[in-house]
Design a protein around this ligand. Structure first.
Ligand code: ADP
Ligand code: ADP
Length: 220
């Protein structure tokens, strides 16, 4: 009952050139339903490569990627894009919110693009903003919010399409330590309350220790 399963995943950059770089080799990794897994990796160990492969943004050279038990290996781009939109939520170190839209609009718009009705999209946005303590910021633009508030809105946006799996790359990495801890608490509460599965890359060992399991990447 794994939401995500990587089997024997390998990736080599510049494979045809004079100096190929093997980043991942024979990697097995799974995230069970409702499980929150920390991904800890020194810089250059292939954390971004792994997240891109799990997020169906890149394909491995060897091995297989299963999402919800479905083999995604070799699916056409269109099917991968659809699976990405339907089953995955993404959070990055930087929020990537649309600056000209309000917090609520940033959460509503991706849902509309996925065919959710405006009424349902608005209801979900209101509910999510309430859960992260930002009801009073619904009509504010990103520039009118603090870094921690912006990141909390980004969490709401990632969850708005009710994904099966959240992929996060240093979700509190650009915040000062104190804010980072608080915002991370909000993320964990949100993940637990919604029963979401998550793979969360972090350099912060204290944060990693609070997840269900830690996967350490070492140089291949
Ligand atoms: P991390 O996120 O852990 O720092 P990455 O997955 O970004 O690691 O990269 C791992 C290694 O692969 C690094 O040595 C990086 O330079 C190399 N690499 C990443 N992308 C490419 C690419 N497109 N072409 C060649 N080398 C790459
Ligand atoms: P464990 O807790 O079982 O010791 P780790 O957390 O150390 O496992 O790593 C998780 C899995 O990922 C292990 O199977 C390990 O061998 C594998 N692994 C770690 N780094 C890499 C890498 N760069 N390429 C391929 N597999 C890796």
């Amino acid at each position: 009952n794994d939401v995500l399963r990587l089997e024997g995943v390998g990736k080599t950059y510049a494979a045809d050139g004079p100096s190929p770089v093997t980043v991942l080799a024979g990697l097995d990794l799974s995230v069970a339903r409702g499980e929150v897994v920390a991904l800890v990796a020194p810089s250059g160990a292939g954390k971004s490569t792994l997240l891109h492969i799990a997020g169906l943004l890149d394909t491995p050279d060897t091995g297989r990627v299963f999402l919800g038990g479905r083999d995604m290996t070799g699916l056409p781009d269109r099917a991968r894009t659809e699976a990405r939109r339907r089953e995955l939520g993404f959070v990055y170190q930087f929020h990537h919110l649309l600056p000209e839209f309000s917090a609520a609009e940033n959460i509503v718009l991706p849902q509309l693009a996925d065919g959710v009705s405006p009424r349902v999209a608005q209801t979900r946005a209101t509910d999510l903003l309430g859960r992260v303590g930002l009801s009073h910021r619904a009509d504010h633009r990103p520039a009118q919010m603090s870094g921690g508030e912006q990141q909390r809105v980004a969490f709401c946006r990632a969850l708005a399409n009710q994904p099966a799996l959240l992929l996060a790359d240093e979700p509190t990495g650009n915040l000062d330590p104190e804010t980072s801890d608080k915002v991370f608490d909000v993320l964990m509460t949100l993940v637990r309350e919604t029963g979401l599965s998550a793979l969360i890359a972090t350099h912060n060992h204290a944060l990693a220790a609070r997840m269900d399991r830690v996967v350490r990447l070492t140089a291949a």
